[in-house]
Design a protein around this ligand. Sequence first.
Ligand code: PA5
Length: 415
Amino acid sequence: MREMIKLDLSRSLVEAQELQTAAPGLLEAKTKLWSENEPFTGWVKLPFQYDRAELDAVLAAAEQIRKQCDILIVIGIGGSYLGAQAAISALTTGKETGPEVCFAGQNLSGTYHKELLERIKDKELCLCVISKSGTTTESSVAFSILKDELYRKYGREEANRRIYAITDARKGILREETTREGYVSFVVPDNVGGRYSVLTAVGLLPIAVAGIDVKEMLTGAESAAALEKEDHGPAAQLAAARMALLKRGKAIEVYEYYEPRLFFFGEWLKQLFGESEGKDGKGIFPAALQFSTDLHSMGQFLQDGNQIFFETVLNVLKPAEDILVPESAGELLAGKSMNEINQAAVEGVIAAHEAVGVPIIKLEIPELTPYYFGQLVYFFETACAVSGYLNGVNPFDQPGVESYKAEMRKVLLKL
Ligand code: PA5
């Protein structure tokens, strides 16, 4: 059997008794997740029963895109882009062949999009527009602008051969347009919400275009799912520990990573947990810090500030590359590798924070490969959904997001 990511709760300050107490809630959460009766739980069994014909179609579309263009622009926001961005940042090295994958419609900045248009003007392009609802302002605006660029460059007919759409099977204006214009398209399954959709076409198509082995990713997710299917899976344990810490007033979770490649994985975690848990006046506020960089800013707060948080350390045991530090670095550092020094930082920070009573959860990740990335995605999706259930909220809706949209519409009507 291949290795698994490992959850270490030994310094979390959560007592075995507290985990025991959570057992009935965990059982209830597991039963709900695996019952196939709860709305938006389609992602739970997905790694076991991924539609092979669809996967082949996704891989064929990815191959086609790789032949068609120099740059694939993925248009989407929130759950419609963060998983792909996280995977591509974590797993590509810059040495891959094939198109560059870049992102649009994840903000409303005119500067960002003008600069993007400038950068792509002499390149062969494809677009992949992803929106479950098909009505999201950010993605609609960026899609119109980039579609215009494609029409200008190739004419409508050829442009339509370069547009790939991932949206609801039946509803929404993007589905209508897809049918009318004949784009190659995939479906965001009805029972999978945006932020739980990385392992559907939403994540898999752009990730495959970037040259990453998505079958390995699904195999990794399947191995994590097999553990959660049993009682006391690690993700369920993490959820129980998080809720025990919340009860003690630890209302912020700080995800800490020491590999910059995990920056967008941190962003994905913020979105997954923030949108899933923060409702009805409840939840743990997710933050993500890049170490050792942020030790020289936020490190002060963590060591010495208001102790309303706990830390979750994402520790990669075998980073992709390493460099030996030369003699000139001085006795303490010379002859060691950068990764050894980075690992000393991991252990040093944990010791220093433990000494002042910060609860520390550690996740050991053997390597940043598609297999472990798939495990991580499934592990955190489960930890998040179970946390929501334990805390009495629906982890699959986001009613709060609608409020700003309504207010923004009022402002737009006045312009
Ligand atoms: O996780 C979610 O559900 C959200 O973050 C959505 O993915 C995001 O709002 C984009 O929605 P849509 O895919 O409908 O454009």
